[in-house]
Design a protein around this ligand. Structure first.
Ligand SMILES: C[S@@+](CC[C@H](N)C(=O)[O-])C[C@H]1O[C@@H](n2cnc3c(N)ncnc32)[C@H](O)[C@@H]1O
Length: 419
């Protein structure tokens, strides 16, 4: 008989997956986890995330054993059970029994489908081609432009990186050297851990020696090269990985973000690390500092398509319909940030997107709008020559460093304002 905790985790994982159809991402659904033992929460999250990472492959297997696709909640059960057996090595007997019970719990349609679920999953249990199935494709709205930008072979490698998921990267405070078992120093300076355990239990968390930040994200501040005492505006700052880097370098940081709840997380991060920054809750477009900053970091809101390794729900939540609006907002934010910056000052523009429209193209358009503005190629430790795009910015992709565990997709450009 399956353990009750495992059954609970499956039930919660299915609730989380169903929530995507209501537009709720995995991390938006913490209410579904409230009150459950931590182990069940962790197992449910892992099951839901793994199912989403392999959903397309599970469908490919299931299609071979069904003449018609069942209603969505039944398909969710089939996908979850398929991934549990073929990817996570769950014992067929327990997984199939649990899936049949979960299907029966879906009301009248579920009662009618239980026999089919039982029969199909017994066949799935004997399926032998799982390892050879290609990673699931990006959704069409994203795949098209990304294939156009990087080519089919690169996109397959990006899809493989999404399937593999992400390790845990830490940015160290200058001088910190925490002893974390299994941690490996990356060429760019971040520390990487393969295992995703409880972050707050790792050495150096309590005394703020480091913070969690993907290795690609950490390069935006390195490109800005903050100097002690410089006045730096960190625009779109929360939850603040980059604010912490700027403050740790000794800069006087003003961190601006429109979201009060995200700024509260930034405040917690500052308290834990003992680092200092002035926090401003405001729309960047309405913010006017008393004097022009020496440098600006603009980590603009974007499609976040570079973070699918860590957010496997994203392809199922978005349909690309909001991208044009985001691109227009990024351009307005960039113009405003340039207007605030002192003449001759530097500005780093960053987006965690795979789409050139939110990166390379955005900068080309800004250069055309602002005579005197120039892109500077930042020479950074550990950055490979092939990551520098023809326009001089850094194009980072999830398929880079495959032997090390990849990195988030990012675009980072350092600009110099005319005098
Ligand atoms: C990519 S995230 C920033 C991540 C952050 N820089 C870090 O390193 O942790 C984008 C942020 O932009 C903020 N944002 C979106 N539109 C904004 C606006 N018009 N003014 C200020 N902040 C905005 C969001 O609240 C979100 O926190």
């Amino acid at each position: 008989m399956a353990k009750p905790a495992t059954d609970d985790a499956r039930k919660v994982a299915l609730r989380l997956i169903a929530g995507l159809r209501e537009g709720q991402g995995l991390s938006d659904q913490s209410a579904a986890l409230r009150g459950l033992p931590v182990s069940v929460q962790a197992r449910a999250m892992r099951l839901a995330a793994t199912t989403l990472r392999h959903r397309g492959r599970a469908d490919a297997v299931l299609e071979g054993f069904m003449s018609r696709r069942p209603p969505a909640p039944v398909q969710d059960v089939l996908q979850l059970a398929t991934v549990e057996m073929l990817e996570l090595g769950g014992a067929a007997h327990g997984v199939v029994d649990a899936a049949v019970n979960l299907t029966r719990g879906l009301g009248r349609k579920g009662q009618a489908a239980a026999g089919m679920v039982n029969a199909v999953l017994r066949k799935v249990a004997g399926y032998e081609g799982w390892a050879a199935l290609p990673p699931q494709h990006l959704p069409d709205w994203l795949r098209g432009p990304v294939v156009q930008a990087y080519g089919e072979t690169a996109v397959r490698a990006i899809e493989a990186a999404h399937q593999a998921g992400a390790p845990l990267d830490l940015t160290l405070r200058p001088g910190a050297a925490p002893q974390i078992e299994g941690a490996v120093a990356l060429p760019t300076g971040s520390l990487r851990l393969a295992a995703q355990g409880q972050v707050s239990a790792l050495p150096g968390f309590e005394d703020g020696q480091w913070w969690v930040q993907d290795a690609a994200a950490a390069l935006a501040v390195r490109a800005l090269d903050p100097q002690p005492g410089e006045r730096i505006a960190d625009l779109c700052a929360a939850p603040g990985g980059k604010t912490l880097q700027l403050a740790a370098a000794g800069a006087q940081v003003t961190a601006v973000d429109i979201s009060k709840s995200r700024l509260a997380r930034l405040r917690e991060n500052l308290a834990r690390t003992g680092l200092k920054a002035e926090l401003v809750a405001s729309d960047v477009l309405a913010w006017q500092p008393e004097s022009a900053p020496d440098a600006v970091l603009l980590d603009a809101p974007c499609s976040a398509t570079g973070t699918i390794r860590r957010h496997p729900d994203l392809p199922f939540l978005r349909d690309g319909s909001g991208i044009a609006e985001l691109i227009a907002l990024q351009a307005r934010l960039l113009d405003h940030a340039l207007m605030l910056l002192k003449p001759g000052g530097r500005l780093v523009y960053a987006t965690c997107s795979l789409l050139p429209d939110e990166g390379e193209e955005q900068i080309l358009d800004a250069l055309a709008r602002h005579p005197g503005l120039a892109v500077e190629t930042a020479e950074l430790q550990g950055v490979e020559a092939g990551w520098v795009s023809p326009g001089g910015g850094l194009r980072l992709r999830p398929d880079y460093w495959p032997e090390r565990g990849g990195m988030d997709g990012f675009y980072i450009a350092r600009l110099r304002k005319g005098r």
